[in-house]
Design a protein around this ligand. Structure first.
Ligand SMILES: NC(=O)c1ccc[n+]([C@@H]2O[C@H](COP(=O)([O-])OP(=O)(O)OC[C@H]3O[C@@H](n4cnc5c(N)ncnc54)[C@H](O)[C@@H]3O)[C@@H](O)[C@H]2O)c1
Length: 352
């Protein structure tokens, strides 16, 4: 079996989870790492025994033996290394979300199409047993047509600080950081309908005026975002996300279908303990089913294994980048609408 040789761009927090995972996968290894902060570079090199180190990823991408790279830079810095890597003939696994702006994300997907290389966004929730079960229920037709959904990613006190709160690095806040999980799950279960209009609002009031951590008063991005999304098939989606709130929950994630409804715990407040619940009727009586007995899965292992297999076997991206791009279309719609005072904005899905 050929060993898939990998390069890492960005050796901060999350890259360590990928290094740990790749170390446990037969037939894949990191042979190079690129990082601006020398302490992070040296630590990652020593910890994982990575031979080649670079401070400029363009130099690393000249290594012919690299099959693929993992992009683990902050969200607002995903596009430049991803585009450069694809153009250098490398497959890319890029951390979530795709990027901060729709324009940057579009450039990434366009380059993937032009180069024919794999672009996978690391959406680990796709590999959670709850999401896999819910998708199977929806695909079996149990819900009928989904005409309305609400999707939520919320934390009561969970502004991550660091590179996540700066416009120059993260670009966006909660909507992109955790909101992308909620949006992607909703779109995945709804079959990726095409969004055509969005209205939304965002705020960072609570972080700026918080009483629990002075550092978070420097938050430059939104810590709260909500959107009302209209799709071309007539379905509607409410999207709610926050890093902090004076409330116990923004509500959960649920889908209303013409035959049945489904609730799923994908968040941190209403999480896996909520399992998957289907609400329907049989012979005129309520007929509900609850699935909570899920085995624990290492989602990083599942995600990285899927990527390595796709690279080795020449398969398409395990997570279709065109579908992922819809999360950027909607998030951009929320930001643009918020800047327009919450008024509805039309959104356009890029075509390639
Ligand atoms: N999948 C998950 O569970 C998960 C969890 C946390 C973060 N993330 C995502 O991972 C990304 C990184 O988050 P993090 O927590 O690791 O951030 P981080 O700030 O800890 O690490 C980012 C690293 O990238 C480096 N970097 C920045 N520009 C660079 C460049 N041009 N070349 C090389 N290195 C560069 C920084 O110096 C830093 O070490 C974000 O997009 C975030 O949304 C995903």
């Amino acid at each position: 079996m050929k060993t898939i040789k990998l390069g890492l761009i960005g050796a901060g927090g999350i890259s360590q989870a990928h290094c740990r995972t790749i170390a446990s996968i037969d037939g894949a290894e990191f042979i190079a790492v690129s990082e601006l902060v020398v302490a992070n570079l040296e630590r990652t090199k020593e910890r994982w025994g990575i031979e080649n180190t670079f401070t400029d990823y363009n130099e690393m991408l000249k290594m012919d033996e690299l099959d693929a790279v993992f992009v683990c830079t902050p969200t607002g810095v995903h596009a430049p290394p991803t585009v450069a890597a694809l153009k250098a003939g490398k497959h890319v696994l890029c951390e979530k979300p795709m990027e901060a702006t729709l324009d940057a994300a579009t450039e990434m997907v366009r380059t993937a199409h032009e180069t024919g290389k794999i672009l996978m966004v690391a959406l680990k929730l796709r590999y959670s047993p709850q999401v896999i079960k819910a998708k199977a229920i929806v695909d079996a037709g149990t819900l009928g047509d989904i005409y309305y959904a609400e999707t939520v990613a919320d934390r009561r006190r969970g502004n991550p600080g660091g590179s996540f709160i700066r416009k120059a690095t993260a670009g966006l806040g909660a909507s992109a950081d955790i909101g992308v999980y909620a949006l992607d799950t909703a779109l995945h279960l709804m079959g990726h309908p095409k969004p055509i209009a969005v209205s939304g609002i965002t705020s960072n009031y609570l972080s700026l005026h918080n009483t629990w951590n002075p550092v978070l008063k420097e938050t430059e991005v939104e810590d709260f975002g909500v959107g009302w999304v209209l799709f071309d098939n007539g379905a509607r989606l409410v999207f709610k996300t926050c890093w902090c709130m004076n409330m116990d929950s923004l509500g959960g994630t649920f889908f209303l279908g013409t035959k049945a409804g489904l609730r799923i715990g994908i968040g941190e407040v209403r999480g896996p303990q909520d399992g998957v619940r289907v609400y329907g009727d049989k012979d005129g009586e309520f007929h509900d089913e609850t699935f909570t007995d899920f085995e624990s899965v290492d989602v990083f292992l599942a995600e990285d294994t899927a990527f390595i297999e796709a690279v080795r076997e020449g398969k398409p991206s395990p997570i279709d980048p065109d579908g992922m791009l819809l999360t950027n279309v909607i998030i951009q719609g929320v930001i643009d609408s918020s800047e327009a005072g919450g008024r509805e904005v039309e959104v356009t899905v890029p075509t390639f």
